[in-house]
Structure formats: C-alpha cells, structure tokens
Design a protein around this ligand. Structure first.
Ligand code: BYC
Length: 470
C-alpha cells in the first residue's frame, strides 16, 4: 500500500475521499508547523539526511535523502488492514474488531490516545536544544530523525482524534500543541515527559529507557480491538526501533570510551581525562530507568483491568500467550512493601496488568545492561559493572511511591535514603561535568572525545558523510 505524496498531507487512509476530515486536518497542519517552529529543534540547519516513510509494506518502507527540516513530509500511515482480524482478548474475544469507536468506550479510548499523543511532542520539546551540543554530525542527524518521527507519531494520534472523536477529538488535538514539557501552567500529562533532557548522556538514556516504554505501550495498543488504533501503532513501532537503536548504541559508545580511558590511565575515575565514569553512567541510568518505570502506571490498576476486559488495550504479545485471554479468576504474584520488607502478594491478574507489562519491559532493559557489561569485560574490566536498580527504587507512582528503597532493594528510612541519594542519582557535580563535555562537533567524520565513534554510518553512508548541512 503506497503513500500518496501529492496530497498536502501524505497519507494512506484515502484522506481525499473525506473532504471534511481533510479540511479539519489541513487546518491543524499550520498550527503543527507553528508549534514545530517554536518548540522544535533550535539549531538552524540547511538540510538533514533523513529517512521518510514511503510505504507501509514489509519491504522498502522508507527512503533516505536530504530534507529541509520544516519541509519534512509528516503524514498519516496505518499498517495494512487484515480483513479477518478478530479481537484477541477480553469480554469481546473472538468477535470482529471495530472500525468505529463503540459509544461505551469512547471516553476511555480517547483518554488512551490523548496520553499516547501527549508524549510525542513532549519528547521533541525536551530535546530541542540538544542540537547545539551534538557530539558529531552522525549523532545530530539521529537526533533530528528521532524528532521528526516523534512529530509524525503526534500526527498519528491526531488523525485518530479527528477521524473518530468529533468535536471533542479536535479540541484534544489542539490541546496537544498547548501543553508543554515542564510548563508550570500546562505541563505534559506523564511525569517523565516533564523532566529535562539537558545533555546527550540523558538523551541516550531517554531513548534507551523511555522510548522503550513507548515500544511496550504501543505493543499493547497494537492489540486493541479498535482497529485503526491497532494499525497506527503497528506502523509506529517500525519507526520506534531506530529510536531505541540510538539509545543502545549511544550508551555502548559512552561505556566503551570510559573503558578505554580506564585502561589507559589505570583508574576508575575518568573524569579528569574527559570521559564519563561508570559511577556517573550508573546514576544517570538509575534516574532514567526509575522515571520510565513510573510510566507504566500503578502495580494494581482498575483502569488497566477495564481497558483489558473491554478490549481497548491488550498485553504484550497477547496472541502468543498460552492462557484464556480473559483472565477472570486468574491470580498473579507481585512484590509490594510491607512492614519494612518487600513481600510477594497474590492479586487478581486483571488488576496487575501494568505490572505484567513492566516485567516484560524490565527483562528487555536488562539486555542493554548485559551488553554494556560485555563491553567492559572485553576491556578486561571485571567487577559488578552496571546494573538495573530495584524496581522500587525512586518510584513516584504505584505501590513503591513514598517508600525509601535503595537501588539494591533494601527498605530504609527517609534519612538513610537522603544520605545515600548522591551515590544513587545524578549529583549537581555529575551534571556539571557532563555539561562541560557538551561541546558541538560539526566537522564531518569527527567525534567528541567523551564517546567512541559509531561502528557504521547511516544507510550504508561512510562515517565522514555530511549528514547535516548548515
Ligand atoms: N505520570 O490506574 P493507574 C512513548 C495517572 S511512551 C503522571 O495507576 P493506568 C514515547 C493515570 O493517568 C508511552 N500520571 O494507571 C516515549 C491515572 O490518571 P486518571 C506513552 C500518571 O491508567 C519516548 C492515574 O494516575 N503511552 O510513547 O492503568 C518518546 C491512575 O493511574 C502516571 C502510554 O502511556 C505518570 N507516570 O496506566 C516519545 C499509553 N502514571 O486517568 C514517546 C497510554 C499514571 O485517573 N496510556 N498516571 O486521571 C496508558 O496506557 C495509561 O494511561 C498509563 C497509566 C499506562 C499511562
């Protein structure tokens, strides 16, 4: 199914057949562009070597070329429709999926789409100044690729709001451009999207941990009985993979450089040599991992039980699971703090679905940590290495909110926690050091000294390719 690029809004949803919808989206488009101009990347550029979606099929879905950023073709792309698709879970299991929103699920679906949509422009806002300090043109190009695609993911949600939620949906689409990351008056909806992404170590951590929450949330919405949402998310997941690649390989390169400097100078403290020490990397990891864990919502949630039963939001890889996909009566064990200890409690599986998703996410996060420790081992650095802190560490949402739990999982009192904080979360000195390393490197093929070069260029281009022109 190819995409019509002659339309003002590229799309594969036959937009020109629905003049009202087309007009509504065409009137939202200039407001989106105004938002991009005001809240998008601050670094002026001539053009950037970017990937643009051209088809939603299995092969050759994107092409690469030099694009002026504000002229990127943001469009509406849904994965191909499976005419026989049936609901895989919940009370409507086995019935045909919905092409329209059922009245009784309107509010809940709209809420899920708004929450998802809100994160996309938020991340662009958080990252808007990073171009000023990019460690290479390769990295700068990757930042802009992530940014334009998050902008497109906003389009994906705005399309659903306009096409299926009438007046209320159009109002919500407007509000997505009015809320801003970190704003006092009108912040973004979820906590992690109001945090700053002030430096490139934070950016790599964000794309590793927070974009990975995106992967899991989109994975559950891809199971939705509301077929247009499912098809939208399926295509978004395709783009999302590159964002996590940026995070994984970005941290690889920071760890590798730290390891090189540790060997060269025979010390753990590589700060004086222009690197980022493992202790600092660990503290950044602890922060980004814990705020990303909060994005899954409470360990027990009646919202999620209702979403599942209604067929709005499934589980990760729902159809590969070997159970009844209805879960009434099923129980599950989950950890919770009790009397100074963390104990396992038996609870209805339905209300524990946020926990279920978080467990899959944690296992996925661990793969990066294992990979980074392998890089250390390849430099002869043994020892504890990097690790994921305990699930209860630094949590603001769910059963662990308000508890004082160390990264190793001990429940401590408030004073002990505060005393340990500088060892566990980035300190002002850590941030100042990382910030001091953030100097732009815009010469083709050159890379800042605090991270190793990437292994390969983009789309087969050499590393010294001019990925961005000014
Ligand atoms: N911050 O029943 P509860 C991405 C609210 S990332 C603030 O425990 P529920 C991306 C919650 O809204 C993926 N508020 O949780 C990544 C609820 O409020 P209401 C984004 C929070 O509803 C990088 C109340 O607390 N997509 O795509 O089961 C770059 C009770 O909540 C937070 C989605 O999240 C928080 N952290 O689950 C770009 C998918 N957590 O309704 C993009 C859509 C909870 O009582 N959203 N609350 O006023 C959802 O599925 C669910 O809304 C949540 C929460 C998983 C977020």
């Amino acid at each position: 199914m190819s995409i019509d690029y002659t339309d003002r809004i590229p799309n594969n949803v036959s937009l020109s057949d629905d003049r009202r919808l087309q007009r509504a989206l065409e009137s939202w488009q200039p407001r989106f562009l105004q938002w991009w101009g005001e809240m998008g990347p601050t670094l002026p550029t001539q053009d950037v070597y970017l990937r643009t979606a051209v088809s939603v099929g299995r092969e050759g879905w994107a092409n690469f070329g030099r694009v002026k950023l504000p002229e990127y073709r943001w469009g509406i792309f849904l994965a191909e429709r499976d005419q026989d698709r049936r609901i895989a879970f919940g009370q409507h299991k086995g019935k045909p999926v919905w092409q329209q929103v059922p009245g009784e699920h309107r509010a809940a679906l709209q809420r899920l789409i708004v929450v998802q949509g809100d994160t996309e422009p938020a991340s662009v806002e958080q990252q808007r100044r990073l171009g000023l300090t990019a460690p290479s043109l390769y990295d700068l190009r990757n930042l802009f690729q992530v940014n334009v695609e998050e902008g497109r993911h906003l389009w994906a949600m705005v399309y659903l709001l306009h096409a299926h939620f009438g007046r209320a949906g159009r109002d919500e689409a407007e509000a997505l451009l009015q809320r801003h990351s970190g704003s006092d008056d009108s912040p973004r909806i979820l906590g992690a999207f109001n945090e700053e992404t002030p430096d490139w170590l934070s950016f790599f951590m964000f794309t590793y941990f927070t974009d990975r929450d995106g992967k899991y949330q989109l994975g559950t919405l891809k199971e939705s009985a509301f077929d247009p949402l499912s098809r939208t998310c399926e295509f978004m997941l395709k783009e999302e993979a590159h964002h996590m690649f940026v995070g994984t390989t970005g941290i690889d390169r920071v760890v590798q450089r730290a390891a090189e400097l540790m060997c060269e100078h025979d010390t753990d403290d590589v700060t004086p040599f222009g690197g980022i020490s493992l202790a600092v990397i660990q503290r950044y990891l602890n922060f980004h991992y814990s705020v990303s864990l909060d994005l899954f919502g409470g360990e027990t949630s009646t919202n999620v039980a209702n979403y599942f039963t209604a067929g709005l939001k499934g589980r990760w890889q729902e159809e590969r699971r070997d159970d009844d996909h209805v879960l009434t009566g099923a129980m599950t064990a989950l950890p919770r703090p009790e009397g100074g200890r963390i104990v396992e409690a038996e609870l209805p599986a339905l209300t524990a679905l946020n926990h279920d998703l978080r467990v899959a996410y944690i296992a996925d996060c661990q793969t990066g940590v294992t990979r980074w420790n392998r890089i250390l081992a390849s430099h002869g650095i043994s020892g504890p290495g990097l690790y994921l802190p305990h699930v209860g560490f630094n949590r603001q949402v769910g059963v662990f909110a308000g508890c004082h739990i160390t990264p190793r999982g001990e429940v401590v009192d408030a004073a002990t926690w505060q005393a340990g904080r500088p060892s566990w979360l980035p300190t002002p000195a850590d941030k100042a050091h990382v910030e001091s390393l953030m100097r732009p490197v815009y010469e083709p093929g050159k890379i800042a000294a605090w991270l190793a070069p990437p292994r390969n260029g983009i789309n087969g281009q050499p590393l010294d390719y001019t990925y961005v022109r000014f």
